[in-house]
Design a protein. Sequence first.
Length: 133
Amino acid sequence: MEDTATPERQTKYCQSIEQTLGVLGHATNAEILLALRKSYPDLSATTIHRATARLASRGKIAIAPADNSGSMRYDSNTKPHDHFQCSVCGRLHDTDIKDKIIPILESTIDGCSISGQLLVTGACKKCTKGYKK
Ligand SMILES: [Zn+2]
Ligand SMILES: [Zn+2]
């Protein structure tokens, strides 16, 4: 599909995407599109796709762990951080456990060094009620 958005509109979309992601915290392109369609009914998935890719390459937004169905997800928090992901609803929570946990983990794996972000999974508070282990 041809992307017909003008550079001015692109800039406006980028700003709106940053704002929307700031509210949502973590979101897929589809979720961002759904939220922005309220203000821009003719917004296309292609435009969102390009805008989020551009924002991510500029470091304005970060890439978060994929959702439960494997869809790419973006993060409004651009500082390196770790995540808890609910295996039931897919919700992400930011956490900053690395500094405390890495020395403990490394001591249990013969001093191998851990890099990258940690992703811990389980059931979130909301889902814990109906969660079967
Ligand atoms: Zn949940
Ligand atoms: Zn995050």
